[in-house]
Design a protein around this ligand. Structure first.
Ligand SMILES: [Zn+2]
Length: 283
């Protein structure tokens, strides 16, 4: 795999990469070396939130833009895995969030979208595993250029725009009529390379708010206060129905599942699960 391209990053992002690199080298080198010889496809690598909190940039940015910071961290971890000859694809699982992230399910509102939260829950139900098309890959029928389009989960598939290379060529050749036709053409100009697309495994997990006392005794488990979360990659197949857990994740806004028309504006909250920490509760 080619080394990460850092030239396209702004200075703040360079700083994030640097701090992630320090964090992994300072605290996790031995753990990474210990993974040599494992042959799973994907590996969920737990990172203690406390260590993120000790880095100036990460502390701030992980809180305000967790998705981007995790993307950058994954780049660094992938590089560290390669450096230590670990062949799996890493996924960062941040654990040990401080108590101030702890929220109750019924307190979540639209304004919490994109925020990091921790929830104490009982796992009610886990859907069968399924997949989604994360990146679609196309090939221009005109010039053979490969185009990748990042997709969003549970949204209409995005198509590539007109092929820039073909348009540039038509401009150079002065074929103006042809340019207009290409700009308004649909994506039949492209061949869809199904086998080269990037897929991600996922499961939907329905969860209920749970309250417990200091003896880890369940005081209340509400069937009314529920939220659906999504787990991906290494967490698929890992979450047990009827178990208790602290689930850490990012609040997302989704179209309601049973919408009957595509442009329905109603939305519901869900959770993109970043990590699951078992709670040893008893009833
Ligand atoms: Zn082209």
């Amino acid at each position: 795999m080619s080394p990460p391209k850092e030239v396209d990053l702004i200075p703040e992002e360079q700083a994030i990469l640097r701090e992630w690199r320090e964090l992994f080298v300072e605290h996790y080198t031995e753990d990474i070396k210990g993974l040599q010889g494992h042959h799973d496809n994907v590996y969920g690598f737990e990172v203690d939130h406390l260590l993120i909190d000790q880095k100036d940039r990460l502390r701030l940015d992980f809180h305000t833009m967790p998705t981007r910071v995790l993307e950058l961290g994954t780049r660094v971890l992938r590089e560290q895995f390669e450096h230590h000859l670990v062949q799996m694809r890493p996924v960062i699982r941040v654990v040990g969030f401080p108590e101030n992230y702890l929220r109750s399910v019924d307190s979540l509102r639209m304004r919490d979208r994109s925020s990091l939260v921790s929830l104490n829950v009982k796992i009610n139900d886990v859907s069968p595993a399924y997949g989604w098309l994360k990146t679609t890959v196309y090939e221009c029928r005109g010039c053979g250029t490969r185009i990748e389009v990042e997709q969003r989960r549970a949204r209409e598939r995005e198509s590539p725009g007109p092929c820039r290379i073909c348009i540039q060529k038509l401009i150079e050749d002065g074929k103006e009529e042809e340019i207009t036709r290409r700009l308004f053409a649909d994506f039949t100009e492209y061949k869809f390379l199904q086998e080269e697309c990037n897929y991600e495994d996922l499961q939907d997990v329905s969860m209920s708010q749970v309250a417990y006392n200091s003896d880890l005794h369940v005081l209340n488990c509400s069937t009314k206060v529920q939220i659906v979360g999504t787990v991906v990659d290494d967490l698929v197949g890992d979450v047990e129905p009827q178990s208790y857990a602290r689930v850490n994740g990012i609040v997302r806004v989704q179209p309601i599942p049973d919408r009957t028309f595509a442009k329905d504006t109603r939305r519901t909250l869900s959770l993109d699960v970043l990590s699951v920490e078992p709670l040893a509760l008893h009833e």
